[in-house]
Design a protein around this ligand. Structure first.
Ligand code: NDP
Length: 450
């Protein structure tokens, strides 16, 4: 690498994509620096996937303890302490943050704990005023919660603040019907809050298979979550007693203790000096990149949520890895394959999916076969819990290839990770049929579809 620059790579943002790219580039021999203005680890580790999953585990005990009675356990005097869970989660987040920092240091990556801005060709200026230069610049600044514009929006919280609440709200309104809305609706509901979910459209989880969305809605309503559709936030007034008077379209004003918005995430592309060096920004604020995460400026790259391709941690990690291998590794440049990405919603119960939904497959392929298993898992039968799983397999009728699997039910994301390999590899329904079941499991339904 040219020694005319201070670094071979300067990464802005130490989240999932930035950390992976930085440490892999360093392992390939590059001189790397990374700047992070907040905490090393990024959204996923600090205020996203990881602490969220811990809350999901914590929340699920509400049902497990209830179900335990039918399994012979006497659970007397159970109670829940939010502050204890919250603090345990934050302690673990701090531990993980330390590990991420260590990983970077072990790879001899220089960490600047401050904001960095591009101030000229190959030039970065840190908040402290220090200027450095780099042969390559990687933008991995992620995204932040979108807050809709309406009078009183200063009273809302986002998922960022949800992890730090002083106490649980008695009544919470969650605006949005996507991943975060449904995950936090389940969490707060299990902890005993009265949850109302309000979405602007007439559906939840757009993009997921309709049958699964309906099943989640049905189960969530039985659990006590209220859903409002075609309902957008119009205004919020803070009352003298601290409660919030909320007006939603088509609804009478109502009082809530907390309003959380989960209406998508906006790429963090502003204030980085990108415009000054001519980096193209898209209409949603995303940095426009090609399949190799290259921007239109030859030495500037971008990975992860800031590019708004697929806003998922494992995708950002793959993009970071591919970038570092391609630019600093010995092999040929390669692109990340963004097709057939499995995903999950950690709702109660969770949803997992890979590939095309039934309607997508019908539109794209024409002739398809759909197999479905609608069953009550053994544990729910014994527990007297009337919650059914729904598994769907979508098959291309022309060649028997599985083009989609969709599941809702306990452990669906755990099961899906293995099933997704088969779909990605292009296996057929006959391959699944040829596999002997593991009995008794829920997952065996995948090889028993009739
Ligand atoms: P989503 O994109 O999942 O959902 C956004 C929701 O907000 C939709 O219901 C949408 O309505 C609605 N909405 C969008 N824009 C507006 C607006 N301007 N005003 C009012 N409502 C609006 O976003 P989330 O915030 O839930 O999550 C952000 C991203 O983070 C996800 O897309 C996902 O990629 C990632 N994520 C992944 C998780 C996982 O993997 N388990 C967990 C959490 C987040 P409509 O019905 O019209 O679409």
């Amino acid at each position: 690498m040219a020694d005319q620059y201070d670094f071979d790579l300067f990464t802005i943002g130490a989240g999932s994509g930035g950390v992976r790219a930085s440490r892999v580039a360093a392992a390939h021999g590059a001189r790397v620096a990374v700047a992070e203005e907040y905490r090393v680890g990024g959204t996923c580790v600090i205020r996203g996937c990881v602490p969220k999953k811990m809350l999901v585990y914590g929340a699920h005990f509400a049902e497990d303890l209830e179900d335990a009675r039918q399994f012979g356990w006497n659970i007397e005097g159970k109670s829940f302490d939010w502050q204890r869970l919250r603090d345990h989660v934050q302690n673990d987040v701090a531990r993980l943050e330390g590990l991420y920092g260590e990983t970077l240091s072990n790879h001899k990556v220089t960490i600047f704990n401050e904001r960095a801005t591009i101030t000229g060709d190959h030039q970065i200026t840190l908040a402290s005023g220090r200027q450095v230069t780099a042969a390559h610049i990687l933008i991995a600044t992620g995204a932040r919660p979108h807050i809709p514009e309406f009078p009183g929006n200063q009273h809302v919280i986002t998922s960022n603040e949800a992890f730090h609440l002083e106490r649980l709200p008695r009544r919470i309104l969650i605006a949005g019907g996507g991943y975060i809305a449904n995950e936090f609706a389940g969490i707060f509901n299990e902890f005993g809050s009265k949850v109302t979910v309000a979405n602007r459209s007439d559906t939840i989880l757009r993009g997921y298979d309709e049958a699964l969305r309906d099943r989640l809605l049905q189960i969530a309503m039985v659990k006590g979550i209220e859903f409002l559709f075609m309902a957008e936030l119009e205004h919020i007034e803070k009352q003298e007693d601290g409660t919030l008077l909320v007006k939603l379209t088509g609804q009478e004003p109502r009082i809530f203790d907390c309003v959380m918005v989960a209406t998508g995430r906006v790429p963090n592309s502003e204030g980085l000096g990108l415009e000054a060096i001519g980096v193209e920004i898209g209409t949603r604020g995303e940095i426009v990149v090609d399949a190799f995460s290259r921007t239109n400026v030859p030495y500037v790259y971008a990975v992860g949520d800031v590019t708004d391709r697929v806003q998922l941690t494992p995708v950002a990690i793959r993009e970071g890895q591919a970038f570092a291998d391609s630019v600093f590794g010995p092999g040929q440049p390669y692109a990340v394959d963004h097709s057939c990405v499995p995903s999950a919603v950690f709702s109660h119960p969770p949803i997992a999916a890979v590939g095309m939904t039934e309607s997508e497959a019908r539109n794209r392929l024409g002739s398809i076969k759909v197999y479905q298993a609608d069953f009550r898992p053994m544990k729910n039968v014994v527990a007297g819990r009337n919650e059914r799983c729904l598994y769907k397999m979508v098959v291309d009728a022309a060649n028997d290839r599985i083009v989609g699997i969709h599941m809702i039910g306990p452990e669906a994301p755990e099961i899906m990770q293995a099933a997704a390999i088969a779909v990605k590899a292009g296996l057929t329904k006959a391959d699944f049929d040829a596999t002997i079941a593991i009995h008794p499991t829920m997952a065996e339904e995948l090889v028993l579809f009739k």
